[in-house]
Design a protein around this ligand. Structure first.
Ligand code: SF4
Ligand code: SF4
Length: 345
């Protein structure tokens, strides 16, 4: 573990902004909330944030992107894949978002290797930061995602006037060569551990049991339609809970023809399983027409389906869904806890 003085880290960030060809993005304050956005000065960086509106997955899986262009002018059909990749240094990723990115890496390299996602990932550097502040909705402490020892190139822990820095990759090591650093002392290493332990007392919300039990709890409640109907009664099917989630990766695809019908593009954009039209298939059949079934599907995916396929609980406890749901029915910690009570009754 290394130690870097905060002044030196800020100088490094400014040097990267001014001299490095890669785009430098970091967490900044915007309208009393926090967002990942392009950095123009290290002064704008807010590593003390609680949670960002959108997770950093937007840099690897943009809200919408063209993935193909085609033309058939003069009878020749020409198709070309499109992948706009920008190299980026992303500063200030919280552990739960790093865990979520590791999950997406698995998904996008599974049966079909998704070059549009994987190339963007390959061209990125992730600088994580341990949480200093916790949003009212976050329950990462009980999901095992409040800290992590993987998924980053560098990981910072705030130690007052300096950062402890854990180097997680060759790319991270190369970055560290650009800044003055020294080895951490044993008391600094102890302080990092203590900081991580103290963080656990800051979470207002929690899962009342081990996340390992979630697949079983959800499976046992699959047919509990009374529960799903009662809890989804006020759902607007707005899809906000899906769109802010760091582990949601569903997308829809559109073909957009030019007016002359000689060329066009294929565009993909985020989709969400809570949206009414999400499960409509050719012929107009909607196999999850019922709102309660869509609502149930989201929780099944988070705590059961993804686990069955990849061994991951696909809720990292960031709390974004709960905070963005107007009728306040999307907080997974409450739903998961109540589901456990349902099978204990
Ligand atoms: S954010 Fe709330 S209202 Fe909107 S789809 Fe999700 S659960 Fe329903
Ligand atoms: S389901 Fe909600 S709390 Fe869980 S990872 Fe997604 S947005 Fe965060």
């Amino acid at each position: 573990m290394k130690v870097v003085q905060k002044d030196d880290f800020e100088s490094l960030v400014n040097d990267l902004i001014r001299e490095d060809p890669r785009e430098v993005v970091g967490v900044q304050s915007k309208d009393e909330k926090f967002v990942f956005d392009e950095l123009h000065d290290s002064e704008d960086l807010r590593l003390d944030y609680d949670v960002t509106i959108l997770p950093p997955k937007k840099y690897f899986m943009p809200q919408k992107e063209i993935v193909l262009e085609y033309s058939h002018a003069d009878g020749d059909f020409d198709v070309n894949p499109v992948n706009e990749v920008e190299s980026r240094i992303i500063i200030g990723v919280h552990p739960y978002d790093l865990v979520a990115i590791e999950q997406l890496d698995k998904v996008f390299s599974d049966v079909y290797e998704d070059e549009n996602y994987l190339e963007k990932r390959k061209e990125s550097i992730l600088i994580g930061v341990d949480m200093q502040n916790v949003s009212d909705w976050c329950f990462a402490g009980s999901m095992g995602t409040a800290t992590t020892d993987s998924g980053y190139d560098l990981m910072l822990t705030d130690l007052g006037d300096k950062y402890a820095v854990d180097v997680g990759s060759k790319k991270g090591k190369e970055l560290m060569e650009k800044v003055e650093s020294r080895n951490a002392t044993s008391s600094e290493i102890e302080k990092v551990e203590k900081t991580k332990q103290e963080l656990m007392d800051k979470f207002e919300k929690e899962l009342d049991y081990s996340p390992d039990e979630l697949p079983y709890v959800l499976e046992q409640n699959y047919e509990n339609m009374e529960f799903w109907e009662k809890n989804s009664e006020d759902c607007y099917s707005c899809g906000s809970c899906n769109l802010v989630c760091p582990t949601c990766y569903c997308f829809d695809v559109d073909e957009k023809n030019e007016l002359d019908m000689q060329s066009g593009v294929r565009e993909r954009r985020w989709d969400g399983c809570l949206l009414e039209e999400f499960a409509i298939v050719a012929g107009g059949e909607n196999f999850r027409e019922n709102r309660a079934e869509r609502y149930r599907h989201r929780y099944m995916r988070k705590g059961n389906y993804i686990y069955e396929r990849y061994g991951d609980i696909a809720c990292v406890g960031c709390g974004r869904c709960g905070s963005h749901c107007v009728p306040d029915i999307a907080d997974p910690s409450r739903i998961f806890n109540e589901l456990k009570e349902e099978i204990e009754e």
